[in-house]
Design a binder for this molecule. Structure first.
Ligand code: AFD
Ligand code: MN
Ligand code: MN
Length: 424
């Protein structure tokens, strides 16, 4: 299914008056509205190929119908999201869930939809049919060299798929860890992981990067070999300049100050990018901004300040991606909500009065510093987000328009009610 631009324009027309009224109110106190709108327009967040179907838990999965059955259909769904919000121009593939059998035709379809390929993700946390060695006790950290070799070879193959599609980054998330004390020698597990990653690193093309993701627990419940940003950063440092740390917001223990981690990684030039989601308890993979939007804003505040300090391009110098799962929502609607939440937090961060904040910090004026941050956070920037989308041909209100156009009903008609997408 592809969305007709004229239908989006018609829907916008109905909302235009109300939007313009809200916009003029919202922009009254903003100095340089055009710069904010420009930054917002060039900001895109990649969609993970594994988030286009209904997610499940180990207790069950309740399909919503019309799920993409093939990689082509996954691309079409991202095309729908991008047509509506003009902010999701890339897809991140997971191998072997999304093996592109014919790279040339997949690339052609992507570019017809205005999309390109973001980081490719390897998968050594599941055994695949016909695989010689099992990953039951890990992959890149495994005690058996043969298992490590197999996992390295898989990553090298993923790079090859990515190259054919025009990706320039390999994203590695390992479930390697241990379930019980005594199961593992931590130093050996770390050393094995480092050596395996070094082999993968040496297979990277010149213009490629490797992003090392961390996660404290699950599926292992005693230790994870790349369990936090310190371990990831250590590996990235030992690997070299092409390696950096990927921050998945759900991969922290409760109460962790994620914005501080982000700020330091950024300062060190080792922040690869993000897997955005939200969580209440653990790796919940909930809609971005649905639980703790203030935290999201604080992260963007560090990002904007830190990227400006290094003269970085907000839109392109960091990998922006969603990594979420939807058990009870329509995946497309959920992803649209996540992208909106990210754009809202980004816009609010752009509005922070940086000079005043710096002065307040210098004066140790704690009250004023908080006032300045919250002044930006409490600004309703939704009209600006809508305007940026509108100007680039997207919908003023993407979720509403998806519903007005009967998006899911059409997908079910096209694909059927009982379709299941690959993924978790
Ligand atoms: C994991 C990680 C990761 C991985 C995904 C698998 O966040 O990025 O690719 O889920 O579906 O929790
Ligand atoms: Mn992730
Ligand atoms: Mn996760």
């Amino acid at each position: 299914m592809q969305i007709n631009k004229n239908l989006i324009a018609d829907a916008n027309q109905q909302q235009l008056k109300a939007h313009q009224r809200r916009l003029s109110l919202a922009t009254e106190d903003i100095d340089d509205v055009e710069t904010v709108l420009q930054k917002l327009s060039s900001f895109n967040i990649a969609i993970p190929s594994w988030a286009l179907g209904t997610g499940g838990t180990r207790f069950g999965r309740f399909s919503g119908g019309g799920e993409p059955r093939t990689l082509e259909e996954k691309l079409e769904d991202v095309g729908v999201i991008h047509a509506l919000n003009q902010s999701s121009n890339a897809i991140s593939l997971h191998i072997p869930w999304d093996i592109p059998d014919n790279a040339a035709s997949i690339r052609a379809l992507a570019s017809q939809l205005g999309l390109h390929f973001d980081a490719v993700n390897s998968n050594t946390f599941q055994d695949q049919a016909g695989q010689k060695h099992s990953y039951k006790f890990g992959s890149l950290h495994h005690v058996d060299k043969e298992v490590r070799k197999q996992a390295v070879a898989h990553n090298v193959e993923v790079i090859k798929y990515g190259k054919d599609l025009g990706s320039t980054a390999l994203s590695v998330w390992l479930s390697d860890g241990s379930n019980f004390p005594g199961q593992l020698n931590f130093r050996e597990a770390f050393q094995n992981t480092l050596e395996s990653l070094q082999e993968i690193y040496s297979a990277l093309p010149d213009d490629w990067k490797i992003w090392v993701e961390y996660k404290p627990y699950e599926p292992n419940f005693y230790s994870t070999t790349i369990g936090d940003w310190g371990q990831s950063y250590l590996l990235a440092n030992k690997l070299g300049p092409k390696a950096s740390t990927l921050v998945d917001l759900g991969h922290h223990l409760n109460g962790t100050n994620i914005e501080q981690i982000v700020s330091i990684l950024l300062m060190e030039g080792k922040l690869a990018g993000f897997h955005f989601n939200d969580s209440k308890y653990g790796d919940d993979d909930l809609t971005v901004g649905s639980i703790n939007p203030y935290q999201l804003f604080l992260i963007f505040n560090e990002l904007v300040e830190g990227m400006d300090a290094r003269n970085m391009n907000h839109a392109t110098d960091i990998g922006w991606m969603i990594d979420a799962s939807h058990n009870v929502k329509d995946p497309i609607e959920d992803l649209l909500q996540s992208v909106q939440a990210i754009k809202i937090a980004y816009t609010q961060a752009l509005l922070v009065d940086k000079t005043a904040l710096k002065d307040a910090q210098q004066d140790n004026d704690v009250v004023l510093a908080q006032e300045i941050l919250q002044q930006a956070y409490r600004t309703d920037v939704r009209p600006l987000v809508a305007e940026a989308s509108y100007r680039t041909g997207g919908a003023l209100d993407p979720v509403t328009v998806f519903r007005q156009l009967k998006g899911r009903e059409n997908l079910i008609k096209e694909r059927g009610l009982k379709t299941v997408a690959t993924g978790l």
